[in-house]
Design a protein around this ligand. Structure first.
Ligand SMILES: [Zn+2]
Length: 392
């Protein structure tokens, strides 16, 4: 079999406990002025944003702190923030610095593109499948991403997910030039992440590792990364949820999340990530919570189509128990994922998340994004409807 692929990742990755203190010198390699996007009020209140601004100033980088965004970015958030950046007359010496969860990093990536591409005042016109389908003519501003939750891996991906509730959609701005130029991953920043968010974002990372591994668009480098990511994340997540200050678990989860971003950016995903955005816009289910619920379902739906891959994962991840023939090994893997879901408190029924039966047709219709196209098994609307009804 011939091997042929392309691999996209940030130009430079710095990973390590306490390494946020290197943000000044790292930022200086991108420019002289940083538009700083904080992802939560807690980061501002605890002084972490002020600390980052101080590190920048020490290296002669001027920080401009923009509004805090603490929800998944909507079209209006991107448009408002882009306008503000444009008011400052962005130049080649400017960059975006996002410190926060996936929401603030996605916002930074979209704003970085909109700051230099002014053909339309709204990001909507650049999103996949909605708007005018405009492309980015000019290179976006560079982005330095500092994730504070271990989950989406968006510090390493080439898309930004943007929501709208009226009309309801959740779509990507996708262009390899919006992948962050630099990723500075300091797992210590995730220590203050509450247990519930740790669980949901951790399950998002684990879902991304599984789905990219099994995807129809799976690639060799991402598959290698996914194995290491899963080996670290599956045992570490319950401990990170129980004890937020446990350094080894926080480190393993932050590393696994970063790997999951590199994996999905190159391999695509599957049905859990196909359904999650629809649950988000129609039922306001947070991304990680939706992924956590859908992962065990997606593994079972794709079990026969990816028997060999799942058996290999089972043997590698649970070598003592998953011995012998493939089906028995896959049973062991699925049992472990069920135990993990119970340990971290994942919802197993859509109803627990406020989803009603009459919303299922809209969820099915809204699940047809690019993630679904990577699912190993082709799912008709009827089949997907039955799957969702079974977990209502
Ligand atoms: Zn995800």
């Amino acid at each position: 079999m011939s091997i042929s692929y392309e691999f996209i990742a940030p130009r430079r990755i710095l990973f390590g406990w306490g390494r946020r203190r290197e943000v000044g010198s790292l930022g200086r390699t991108l420019g002289r002025r940083a538009f700083l996007l904080p992802g939560s009020r807690t980061l501002v209140q605890q002084g972490q944003v002020a600390e980052i601004a101080e590190h920048l100033r020490r290296e002669q980088v001027e920080p401009i702190v923009l509004d805090t965004l603490s929800h998944e970015p909507e079209v209006a958030d991107v448009d408002r923030t882009s306008q503000e950046v444009r008011r400052h007359g962005p130049s080649g010496e400017d960059f975006l610095l996002a410190v926060g969860g996936g929401a603030s990093i996605d916002l930074a990536k979209a704003v970085a593109a909109m700051a230099t591409n002014t053909e339309s005042p709204t990001v909507r016109d650049y999103l996949e499948g909605v708007g005018k389908g405009l492309r980015l003519d000019r290179a976006p501003l560079p982005v330095l991403a500092m994730p504070t939750t271990a989950g989406t891996g968006t510090e390493a991906t080439k898309n930004a997910v943007i929501s709208s509730y009226d009309p309801p959609f959740k779509k990507s701005l996708r262009d390899e030039r919006i992948a962050p130029t630099l990723a500075l991953v300091d797992p210590e920043l995730s220590v203050s992440c509450p247990a519930e968010v740790t669980a949901a974002s951790g399950m998002d990372a684990i879902t991304q590792l599984f789905e990219s591994y099994l995807s129809r668009k799976a690639q060799p480098i991402p598959q290698a990364l996914a194995i290491q990511g899963l080996q670290m994340a599956i045992p570490a997540l319950p401990e990170a949820v129980r004890d937020g200050g446990a350094r080894p678990s926080r480190e393993r989860m932050a590393h696994a999340a970063l790997l999951s971003g590199m994996a999905l950016a190159n391999s695509g995903l599957g049905m859990a990530h196909g359904v999650a955005p629809a649950l988000g816009v129609h039922c306001r289910v947070p991304h990680g919570v939706a992924c956590a619920l859908m992962l065990p379902v997606a593994l079972r739906v794709n079990r026969d189509a990816r028997r060999e891959e799942l058996a290999l994962l089972a043997h590698v991840l649970f070598p003592r128990e998953a011995t012998g023939e493939a089906d028995r090994a896959i049973d062991v893997l699925l049992e472990h994922i069920d135990v993990l879901c119970r340990e971290v408190g994942t919802s197993r029924r859509l109803r627990e998340l406020g989803v009603r039966a009459d919303q299922i047709p809209a969820i099915v219709a809204g699940s047809r994004g690019s993630s679904m196209s990577g699912n190993p098994v082709e799912l008709s609307d009827e089949r997907l409807t039955r799957i969702l009804e079974d977990i209502l």
